[in-house]
Ligand binder design. Sequence first.
Ligand SMILES: C[S@@+](CC[C@H](N)C(=O)[O-])C[C@H]1O[C@@H](n2cnc3c(N)ncnc32)[C@H](O)[C@@H]1O
Length: 212
Amino acid sequence: MSSSLKQINTATKLVRSYNLISEQMDKRRLNILLKSLEAVIDNDIEGDVVEFGCFIGTTSLFLRRMLDELNSSKTLHVYDSFVGLPDKTIEDASVAGSEFKAGELKASKRSLIRNFKKAGLRIPKIHKSWFRDLKPKDLPDVIAFGFIDGDFYNSIVDSLELVWPRLSVGGQLVVDDFMSSNLPGVTRAISDFFIGSDVKIEHRNNLAIVYK
Ligand SMILES: C[S@@+](CC[C@H](N)C(=O)[O-])C[C@H]1O[C@@H](n2cnc3c(N)ncnc32)[C@H](O)[C@@H]1O
């Protein structure tokens, strides 16, 4: 089997086999995200896997399943305030107006753990904190793959500042809500963070895939 066919099959198999537990992710985006993770693992890129903004674990469950499916020893680290979104800033102003307020998307750490147990999956390393307050010890020294899903400008910039310097060459970052008119801070954060650099950024189905 060619490696590209294998990639399609593993991601697609997982996406088809399990239900999504919230509307925070859809199957098309999930398929793209998992293919990206699989490529990183197939290429033996050094480092662990991180998710910034894990909520109840909709996507985290699939990241774990992909690692298990590929017998990967990479550790999955997930990060969230577990008190919901922070305040918006001017960069997040959008036609959606009052949508996405501080405190929305609040999930408890316990609900995340419950969802992993229910799925029969190993519990990830869970970090409860505002992203900006995380210390170097809270992050793996080397990261192979990151999923960033913090919705707001400062949340994305804070995540990129933590993840990008630790990302291995050959690693990939996937950022949700890229080019979303409801969450304009995401696209602004990415363009401000990478301004002047020649990093390759692909846009697929409201995801940015950033290659190092
Ligand atoms: C869109 S939800 C994430 C959905 C999740 N990836 C999933 O698949 O279910 C955004 C999450 O990011 C968290 N978040 C946003 N900004 C944050 C910040 N600056 N620090 C910590 N958590 C943050 C929120 O608490 C919320 O749970």
